[in-house]
Write a protein that binds this ligand. Structure first.
Ligand code: 8YV
Length: 316
């Protein structure tokens, strides 16, 4: 008998989906209409030994409590802030994620957003499409990246990959995170506030969760200032979204380029209406190559677990 796995969300890789079907007895929650999910879950929950979830969806204590036989939660993503790790730890449930394979794509998106804000890509795309160019309307110059300061909040794999890319564009990079990293030449600011004060672009690349909730608050945004740009590819929870909207509206913050939001997929209308924002729908790791590699790592972790082998990428 194949182990029963609850699949919370599909992978865009058909190959990954085929491997899941081949190796496990899959229960696909994502195929159920929202209103039918609760009743459907009650039916399948007793047999579920593994859960495949995403960084954004995670798994909460209430759902874990519904699964008496759960042994492993495999997260198709790097962030585990949406997984109730206290509950998994208490029950000895293994948790895995997908570090490494998504670093480059997420860092690429951070620079894409940074450049899109700096060069006002959405507004200029609109300018061409709507015939404003042909009509001879003026175009204001944008700002060069060269020599500007890129502050990176969170200096793990992704933060460091962002720093390398920013340096390639001629930017000066600083970082902040509570723990200093040995052996890096990038200077560490004394605090997040000091980093924001020094930065033209502040890129958020730190983990979500209680410790970083609203770390980017009104004070940090004010320090970044009217010429400053906030880029967030990490988690919406790190930024006080109300304070961000107020700062962008009042132009006390220059721009924001955001891939993540406090309550996805709901993006406040107030944010959507602003012209000094660039918005993408949480797609940092959404490339064909990376989603395949992430999905493969999930399959391999689940397979390792159910065949009694060591997990490839366990979450400590
Ligand atoms: C995706 C992510 O949202 O890695 C993460 O933590 O947030 C993203 O890669 C998601 O996990 C895809 O399944």
């Amino acid at each position: 008998m194949k182990p029963e796995v609850l699949v919370m969300a599909a992978s865009p890789s058909a190959d990954v989906m085929a491997q899941l079907e081949q190796r496990f007895d899959c229960h696909h929650l994502w195929q159920q209409p929202r209103e039918a999910q609760a009743a459907w879950l009650q039916n399948v929950a007793p047999g579920v030994r593994g859960v495949l979830t995403t960084g954004a969806i995670g798994i909460n204590a209430a759902l874990l409590a519904q699964l008496p036989k759960i042994e492993i939660v495999a997260v198709n993503g790097i962030g585990t802030d949406a997984v109730d790790l206290a509950a998994t730890r208490a029950r000895g449930i293994a948790v895995t994620n997908t570090p490494g394979v998504l670093t480059d794509d997420v860092a690429d998106l951070a620079l894409t957003l940074l450049l899109s804000a700096a060069r006002r890509l959405p507004a200029l795309d609109f300018y061409v499409r709507t015939g404003a160019w042909e009509a001879g309307k003026p175009v204001a110059p944008t700002r060069a990246l060269r020599g500007k300061v890129c502050g990176v909040f969170g200096f793990g794999r992704i933060g460091q990959a962002i720093a390398a890319r920013a340096q390639a564009f001629g930017m000066q990079v600083q970082y902040f995170q509570p723990r200093a990293i040995d052996g890096v030449t990038v200077p560490r600011a004394a605090s997040l506030l000091a980093l924001a004060q020094a930065s033209d672009y502040l890129v958020v690349a730190a983990p979500g969760g209680a410790a970083t909730q609203h770390a980017v608050n009104a004070e940090v945004l004010a320090a970044l200032g009217p010429q400053g740009t906030l880029v967030n590819i990490a988690r919406g929870s790190l930024v006080d979204e109300e304070a961000l909207i107020t700062a962008l509206r009042g132009r006390t913050l220059g721009m924001a380029a955001l891939d993540v939001f406090a309550d996805e997929p709901r993006v406040p209308v107030a944010l959507r209406e602003l012209d000094n924002v660039v918005l993408t729908p949480h797609i940092g790791s959404l490339t064909v190559e990376t989603r395949h590699a992430m999905g493969q790592l999930v399959v391999d972790n689940l397979s390792a677990h159910f065949s009694g082998k060591p997990l490839l990428t366990p979450v400590a």
